[in-house]
Design a protein around this ligand. Structure first.
Ligand SMILES: [Ca+2]
Ligand SMILES: [Ca+2]
Length: 212
């Protein structure tokens, strides 16, 4: 893996990716477009209810009360690796817009502290990111999604343009943490030894594959 390639990828990340945020979706749940068109269609048993696509007739979603965020995982493994001491619960319950301010310096300390930091010492990674830049990316624990092009966590060319079912996301994270400037350093630390699933995924929801 060449530094030049990752430098290009970093530029691509910073210039072309769109940051897709979830906001207030609870107020706009759509089970199916035909479930809110005011017509009795599909296999609805009442107007906009029943059948296989809509909520059962007579059932009303209850959005009263208070909801509390208890967990999140934008990028798998990040809260496990960086939030292990003292602030994991706080990390999981902080909304994305507040995460960088709250946790970037904590992540940085975890990454570079000479006594408690991750081994070996971090210089730059395969994306050309410094420790400060990398922990800024990681502390915003959301899954970036490119609205055009290939959806992948990393495919050798594109990176962080989404996540496909068979992406080895932990290995990507380990490579960026331990792989050094060209991704080839510390080869024993850049994989968890667990390959991607070798059983075909289902082509229909929930798209799961059997164990391998
Ligand atoms: Ca309808
Ligand atoms: Ca793996």
């Amino acid at each position: 893996m060449k530094t030049l390639k990752y430098t290009y990828l970093f530029v691509a990340i910073t210039t072309s990716l769109l940051f897709v945020q979830c906001n207030d979706d609870d107020n706009n749940i759509i089970i199916n477009a035909t479930c809110s068109d005011g017509l009795l269609n599909g296999d609805e048993t009442g107007i906009d209810c029943g059948g296989t696509a809509c909520l059962p007739c007579g059932q009303v979603l209850d959005f009263s009360g208070t909801y509390k965020q208890e967990d999140q995982v934008g990028r798998p493994g990040i809260n496990t690796v960086f939030g292990t001491t003292g602030f994991k619960d706080a990390f999981n319950s902080t909304v994305p817009s507040e995460m960088q301010a709250a946790f970037q310096t904590k992540f940085l300390a975890k990454l570079i502290d000479p006594t408690t930091g991750l081994y070996p010492p971090f210089t730059t990674n395969a994306l050309g990111l410094t420790a400060e830049e990398f922990t800024t990316v990681l502390s915003n624990d959301v899954l970036w999604v490119a609205k055009t092009g290939i959806t992948t966590y990393f495919n050798g060319t594109e990176i962080f343009t989404g996540r496909a079912l068979n992406d080895d996301v932990i290995d990507v994270s380990l490579l960026l943490i331990f792989g050094g400037p060209d991704g080839t350093e510390n080869p024993t630390l850049t994989s968890d030894g667990v390959p991607t699933n070798d059983v075909a995924f289902s082509t229909s929801f929930p798209y799961l594959a059997g164990p391998f």
